[in-house]
Structures are given as structure tokens and as C-alpha cells.
Design a protein around this ligand. Structure first.
Ligand SMILES: NC(=O)c1ccc[n+]([C@@H]2O[C@H](COP(=O)([O-])OP(=O)(O)OC[C@H]3O[C@@H](n4cnc5c(N)ncnc54)[C@H](OP(=O)(O)O)[C@@H]3O)[C@@H](O)[C@H]2O)c1
Length: 205
């Protein structure tokens, strides 16, 4: 089992635009809207294959608020879309549906609880980027799985605002998305003004 940050991102590294909108994401053609395979699809990193591997779900307060807004804007009652045990990381006093708990504080404690609840499956960090970063800071983020859209946004919520080295382990085309799965290697060393030194660091890994 692994702790995986799985999200969609713009080409310039934002997971929501500066209006907290994902319209740019939903306007991107995936393989299911590309039946003739014009853009290519090897389906090996399909999100539909990811969800069954997930045993617990973790998201930040703003992501939860977005999901709530999105699923209730037409007047519908709110139903949390995932059946797995779920946590919202927040300082707010939220009225959460059954199966969703709130958590405040050190992500290490949440990791232990979510891992136990996942019972051998993966823990999915839905976002945002800083929340995934908190897991990385604690050395508890194993993988990053992104669907990159051919859109630049210029500003918005950052994908992963940390300095990390990743190793790409899979690459797939999903319509106009580029799907990539990475292992997290660890903090990326900084060698100011020492380009050759940085090259040495890579060579040693
Ligand atoms: N492209 C995609 O597939 C995708 C995926 C996920 C999210 N999104 C979008 O991206 C945006 C993400 O928003 P965001 O970057 O602001 O991130 P977020 O993680 O959703 O929310 C951040 C908030 O979570 C709370 N929080 C974080 N860590 C905490 C901790 N350790 N203890 C207690 N509370 C903690 C804080 O809120 P409080 O202190 O106010 O509670 C913090 O301001 C949203 O608009 C979301 O819809 C897009």
C-alpha cells in the first residue's frame, strides 16, 4: 500500500484557477470523449483503475468546500462521492456526512489513522497541494499521480509547492491528458551557483 497524491493539473502546475474553478479541466477531452483515438490512449493510468485501489481518502478544507458546492449547486442534498473512510483536514467546525471525519494537526497522526483504515489499500490525498506537501515534509508521500492538461492558467492553487525530486515510473496518454505516475524520491538538494555540484548529486542517486 502507498500514500498517493492523485490530481489533475494545468501544464503550468495549478490544480484550480484563481477563481477556484476547474472548468479548464472539464473542458479537456479524455479518452472516453475520443472514441476514434485521435489523441491516443493506452488506458494504463486511467483514473477508473485508480479508485478501486484506494482504501482511504484525505482532502483539505477548500477541496471539500469545492466538492460540496459542486454537488449541491442545483439544490441536491449533499452526498460525499466516495465510499472509503474519509478525512477532511480543517480547523473549521464542519457539518460532515457519515463516513467523513475532520482532522486538525500533525499529518503524521492522520497518516497512521488513514493507513489503518485503508486496510492494505492505498491512501489517496485528493489535494490541495500544500496538504500533499505536508505528507512529503514528513516523508510520508510515496507517489504522485497526475493527469496534466494542455492548458496554462497563469495563477491559481499550486500543484505541489515543495522542492522535491520525483522519478517517473509510468507515462500514458488519455485523450488530451498526459498521465504520469511518479515515485517520490525526496527533497531536491539546492546548490546555489553550483551547477556542476547539482549534476553530481543527480549522478549519485
Ligand atoms: N485539479 C484537481 O483535480 C483538484 C484536486 C483537488 C483540489 N482541487 C482544487 O484545488 C483547490 C485546493 O485548495 P487549497 O490549495 O486551498 O487546498 P486544500 O488542501 O483543499 O485546503 C487548505 C485548507 O485546509 C486546511 N488545512 C490544511 N492543512 C491542515 C492541517 N494540518 N490541520 C488543519 N487544517 C488544515 C486549512 O483550512 P482551515 O484552517 O480554514 O480549515 C487550509 O487553508 C480547491 O479549489 C480544490 O477544489 C483540484
Amino acid at each position: 500500500m502507498a500514500t498517493i497524491y492523485c490530481t489533475a493539473t494545468s501544464l503550468d502546475g495549478f490544480i484550480a484557477d484563481d477563481d477556484e474553478s476547474l472548468s479548464w479541466l472539464f473542458a479537456t477531452v479524455g479518452h472516453d470523449q475520443d472514441p476514434q483515438g485521435r489523441y491516443g490512449d493506452d488506458a494504463s493510468l486511467d483514473f477508473d483503475q485508480f479508485l478501486p485501489t484506494v482504501g482511504a481518502v484525505v482532502c483539505g478544507a477548500n477541496t471539500y468546500a469545492w466538492v460540496h458546492r459542486e454537488l449541491t449547486h442545483d439544490g441536491s442534498d449533499f452526498t460525499w462521492p466516495y465510499e472509503q473512510p474519509s478525512w477532511v483536514v480543517t480547523h473549521r467546525d464542519l457539518d460532515l456526512p457519515e463516513g467523513v471525519q475532520s482532522f486538525t494537526g500533525d499529518i503524521t497522526d492522520l497518516h497512521a489513522a488513514a493507513t489503518e483504515a485503508a486496510a492494505g489499500k492505498d491512501v489517496w490525498i485528493v489535494g490541495g497541494g500544500d496538504l500533499a506537501g505536508q505528507f512529503a515534509d514528513a516523508g510520508l508521500l510515496d507517489r504522485v499521480w497526475i493527469h496534466q492538461t494542455p492548458v496554462t492558467l497563469g495563477a491559481g492553487a499550486p500543484l505541489l509547492p515543495r522542492r522535491l525530486r520525483l522519478e517517473r515510473v509510468r507515462l500514458a496518454r488519455d485523450g488530451q491528458f498526459t498521465a504520469m505516475l511518479f515515485d517520490v524520491v525526496g527533497p531536491e538538494p539546492r546548490r546555489v551557483g553550483d551547477v556542476d555540484g547539482a549534476a553530481e548529486v543527480y549522478a549519485q542517486q
